[in-house]
Design a protein around this ligand. Structure first.
Ligand code: NAD
Length: 329
């Protein structure tokens, strides 16, 4: 089997090379993302391996099908970037890594909260320059604050357990209640009530047609004044221009995002010497109460090990005609 790996960074290749010897496959690593223009690189391959910002739309899939691709192996959990109907029509299977390290993402959400709240990023820079003033560094106790969790699957559940340890009250919304969390004292309620009651809202649901722009002008207006919003899930859960408006009128007190609606043109790349044309990210970066990380919540050694192993196991199961337990339909 020949596998074309798209959006490859040096660390992706490093992890594949750590494990690939026991699998009898040939890899072609491409730095470029998969999209209709680059899909031709899959010629002579059987499988394409893709990540969060590859554009696996109808047109891409048509070209993959012509090239004889039979499997799209996502090395991530979310699959919102793949046109599943188009893949099914072309008889191309899609597999993903449904769970690799919910702790990695949940811990990063907590890191965003603590950094935004206690301003350790600002303190670090100040002290290094000999500025030992505490002016404007005041935070708030997390103890007794209400945290609203949207989506209480693997990552949301882990996040609830972490914030429970900080003595927070937890309210949650999900289309399915998680019994383990009810036992932990998490109170499920309507989405509207979660937005109204939370001091901090943390998003952990997938991006789909029901959740797109779940944080918008109307939902922001219903939140507490000075609310903190955390998004480690998918960028388009938040309508970016509405969050900018919420920050400008001070309704949003803090915004921590690891994902961004238009991230595919920015994230994972060093653009420090390039003129960035995305005015919305530049406006977001101008706020002192906004913290942005570049889709790194998943990025721990443990998660990279698990992502690589599961991806190779998914490909092997396909190669051997076995049941695809991680298939997305
Ligand atoms: P999961 O499938 O275990 O949990 C998702 C939860 O969302 C489920 O409980 C589901 O019922 C719920 N849900 C579905 N539709 C909903 C809706 N309309 N409203 C509210 N809740 C809804 O997934 P997970 O492993 O916990 O991952 C959650 C998301 O995190 C993924 O979809 C992915 O987008 C994102 N993610 C981000 C990173 C990162 O590095 N930033 C890494 C991994 C995953």
């Amino acid at each position: 089997m020949r596998i074309a790996v798209f959006s490859t960074k040096s660390y992706d290749q490093e992890y594949f090379e750590k494990y690939y010897k026991k699998y009898n496959y040939t890899f072609s690593f491409y730095e470029t993302a998969l999209n209709p223009d680059t899909a031709k690189l899959s010629a002579d391959c059987d499988v394409v391996c893709v990540f969060v910002n590859d554009i696996v739309n109808k047109l891409t899939i048509k070209i993959l099908s012509k090239n004889g691709i039979k499997l799209i192996a996502l090395r991530c959990a979310g699959y919102n970037n793949v046109d599943l109907d188009a893949a099914a029509k072309e008889n191309i299977k899609v597999v993903r890594v449904p769970a690799y390290s919910p702790e990695a993402v949940a811990e990063h959400a907590m890191a965003l909260i603590l950094t935004l709240n206690r301003k350790t990023h600002k303190a670090y820079n100040r002290v290094r320059e000999g500025n030992f003033s505490l002016k404007n560094l005041i935070g708030f106790n997390l103890h007794n604050k209400t945290i609203g969790v949207i989506g209480t699957g693997k990552i949301g559940e882990t996040f609830c357990k972490i914030v429970k340890g900080f003595g927070c009250k937890i309210v949650a919304y999900d289309i399915l209640e998680n019994e383990k969390l009810v036992d932990l004292g998490v109170k499920y309620m309507s989405l509207k009530k979660v937005f109204e009651q939370s001091d901090i809202v943390s998003l952990h649901c997938p991006l789909n047609k029901h959740t797109k722009h779940i944080v918008n002008q109307t939902s922001i207006a219903s939140m507490k004044d000075g609310v903190m919003i955390i998004n480690t899930s998918r960028g388009a859960l938040i309508k970016t221009e509405d969050s900018i408006e919420g920050l400008k009128n001070k309704k949003i007190g803090y915004l921590g995002i690891d994902v961004y609606e238009q991230e595919e043109n920015l994230f994972f790349e060093d653009l420090s010497e390039i003129i960035i044309e995305d005015d919305m990210i530049l406006r977001l970066l101008s706020f002192p109460n906004v913290l942005i990380t570049s889709h790194q919540a998943y990025f721990t050694k443990e998660a990279m090990d698990q992502i690589t192993i599961t991806t190779l196991d998914n490909i092997t199961a396909f190669d051997n005609g076995k049941d695809l337990k991680n298939e997305v339909k």
